[in-house]
Design a protein around this ligand. Structure first.
Ligand SMILES: [Cu+2]
Length: 187
């Protein structure tokens, strides 16, 4: 009886103090959770909507190119190193490739800003850069491009079918205008 009562009291006092904060936490947690969940869900829906909006516009929003096609790693004949700098320049900014060859561009972001390496015609690149200005956070990923965070490196494997002058550019807002573009002479 006595033990039970003490037990009960201890139980009560233990329950009372943390219980209070627990209740509060629980309340916070509950609302926080709901809040997070709701806003998370809302964000998620927004993202979905954004994503859907993008998918709806996929033909126009794509950063793809008609300049050649995605290459297969086993067909790579030549690896070309390209460095990207915060002065909004590619180094080198002119490369030569043989028609019919598959090339790996090994791209390194040497700067502190995000940069991109995107293959296309001059017209395509300018069009895509314009899209990026309108929606700088738009997620874009296509086989003809790579987005690199500061100090990151990565590769693009590309096959050039026909001779011609093609381009690679950075679609980060303003970079192309400042001269972050290079030429690919396919001979
Ligand atoms: Cu750039």
């Amino acid at each position: 009886m006595n033990i039970t009562r003490r037990h009960f009291l201890i139980g009560l006092s233990i329950a009372a103090i943390p219980g209070l904060s627990m209740a509060q936490n629980h309340g916070d947690h509950g609302s926080g959770h709901n809040g997070v969940h709701n806003s998370g869900h809302a964000n998620h829906s927004n993202q979905d909507m954004g994503h859907d909006a993008h998918s709806n516009h996929t033909p126009g929003m794509s950063h793809g190119t008609k300049v050649g096609r995605e290459g297969r790693p086993q067909d790579v004949k030549q690896t070309i190193q390209i460095n990207m700098h915060d002065q909004n320049k590619f180094m080198p900014n002119r490369v030569e490739v043989k028609a019919g060859e598959t090339v790996r561009f090994f791209v390194r972001n040497m700067g502190q800003n995000k940069h991109e390496f995107v293959i296309g015609s001059q017209q395509e690149l300018h069009k895509h850069a314009q899209m990026m200005k309108q929606d700088p956070n738009m997620a874009h990923k296509d086989p003809n491009m790579i987005s690199l965070k500061p100090r990151q490196r990565g590769g693009v494997v590309w096959h050039f079918d026909k001779p011609g002058t093609y381009y690679f550019g950075c679609l980060q807002p303003g970079h192309l205008d400042e001269g972050m573009i290079g030429t690919i002479e396919v001979k």
